[in-house]
Structure formats: structure tokens, C-alpha cells
Design a protein around this ligand. Structure first.
Ligand code: PRP
Ligand code: MG
Length: 212
């Protein structure tokens, strides 16, 4: 019998809630965080613990059939992937922030400025739409430090509680996207595995309705 391969964030903010929602729909995974792969005990499913940023490519290639992933990552790296269900957790926004003393009020005020970000495609898309040219500095983490070390005039990153911005003396001036965890599928998924996804989706809908 075919098993659905589903990617879940290896470590980080989505990991725990992803496993929780699988549990809530009756799928229990042996939670060996050191393992990269785990099987469900009572459902035709295998979990692959992967790095967030790698997941869109695995979906595109059909290495995994599905994933629980932040919508922001899909928008950045996997625009053509199919979102099956929005999961209602890990809510955040992708925003532009500047030092408190800055006079910039939106993305439109960043002409010719340097923006540090881990989301270059997303930022570029919005810059183009606004007809603004800026210089992007791509950083993989701790983006909010960039203005303080003189590397950038603005940042674009995820904001959740806002505490990272606050601690770094930054203020949010423009929200580009809202994001939450989603269930997404590979364009290469087989009919057999799509039937498993349909079953999962059915269960998810009832759990999510209960949470409303
Ligand atoms: C994430 C994100 C922001 C912060 C937002 O960083 O890149 O910096 O969380 O959350 P907050 O608004 O609740 O403070 P993370 O701590 O995951 O580390 P990283 O940037 O080094 O990956
Ligand atoms: Mg960060």
C-alpha cells in the first residue's frame, strides 16, 4: 500500500504545532526529533523532518507528496504549489521595518535604499509593483540586526509578536503579506496519495471547524 510522504519543519516554530495538528486528526507520529524520517503508527503516512527553505523544492520535485509549511515560504520559493488547506496556526506577517528614527513610512520611501531580507523574491515583487528600485542584501537569519551594524536602511522579515523588532529599535512600516501554516501538495502527487490527502483534508476541516 502506498504511503504519503509529508514534510514537516525539522526544528523551529512550526514543528510542534504541525505534529499537534496531525495528532488532532488521529495520526500519531513517533516523535524522534533526531530522526529525519518517522512513520505514523495508524495511517499510511511518513513524516520527513526538513529545513523550511528546502521544502518548496522537494515539493516541486515530488520528493515529498505534501508539506506543512509557512505560506510565506511557499510564496517566496514555491509560487506554483497547491495549497490544500490553511491551518490557522503560526500566524505572522512579512513586513518592512526601519529604525525608529527613520522617516520612511512605506516601501515607496525606500528608493535607492538598502533592504536586508531573507525573502528577496517577495520583496522584489512588491518593489516592482511599486516601481521602486532598492538594493537587497540577502541574509538567512538575524536580519533585524542589519540596520544597527550599518548594513541596511530597512529590513523585510517575518513579524509575529513584534518583540524582535522592538529589541532592535525598529518599527514596522509596511505589511507585505499575512501568512499562516498551510498544507500544500506536490504537482507530482499520485492519485493514490491524493486520495490519502483527501482523507487528511476531510479530517482537518472538522478539527479546524471545532477550533473556530
Ligand atoms: C524569526 C523572524 C523574526 C522573528 C519574528 O526569527 O526571522 O526575526 O522570528 O518573531 P517576533 O516578532 O515574535 O519577534 P527567528 O527567531 O526564527 O530566528 P532567525 O531569524 O535567526 O531564523
Ligand atoms: Mg529572525
Amino acid at each position: 500500500m502506498s504511503k504519503l510522504k509529508i514534510a514537516v519543519q525539522k526544528s523551529g516554530r512550526l514543528n510542534e504545532d504541525s505534529l499537534k495538528i496531525l495528532k488532532a486528526i488521529g495520526i500519531s507520529i513517533d516523535n524522534g526529533k533526531d530522526q529525519l524520517k518517522a512513520s505514523a503508527r495508524n495511517f499510511p503516512l511518513e513524516v520527513f523532518y526538513l529545513r523550511n527553505g528546502d521544502i518548496p523544492q522537494y515539493l516541486k520535485d515530488g520528493v515529498v507528496d505534501a508539506a506543512i509549511i509557512g505560506e510565506n515560504v511557499l510564496i517566496e520559493k514555491g509560487n506554483d504549489l497547491n495549497i490544500v488547506e490553511r491551518l490557522g496556526f503560526s500566524k505572522c506577517r512579512v513586513s518592512i521595518a526601519v529604525p525608529k528614527s527613520s522617516e520612511a513610512k512605506s516601501l515607496k520611501d525606500l528608493e535607492g535604499k538598502r533592504i536586508a531580507t531573507s525573502y528577496p523574491n517577495t520583496v522584489n515583487q512588491f518593489l516592482e509593483k511599486a516601481g521602486i528600485t532598492a538594493n537587497l542584501h540577502i541574509i538567512n537569519g538575524s536580519v533585524e540586526i542589519a540596520p544597527n551594524i550599518g548594513l541596511a536602511d530597512a529590513v523585510c522579515d517575518i513579524v509575529s509578536s513584534g518583540s524582535t523588532l522592538f529589541k532592535n529599535g525598529l518599527k514596522e512600516i509596511d505589511k507585505l503579506l499575512s501568512s499562516e501554516a498551510v498544507l500544500a501538495t506536490s504537482p507530482k502527487i499520485s492519485d493514490e496519495n491524493q486520495a490519502i490527502i483527501d482523507k487528511i483534508q476531510f479530517r482537518l476541516k472538522s478539527v479546524l471547524r471545532g477550533r473556530e
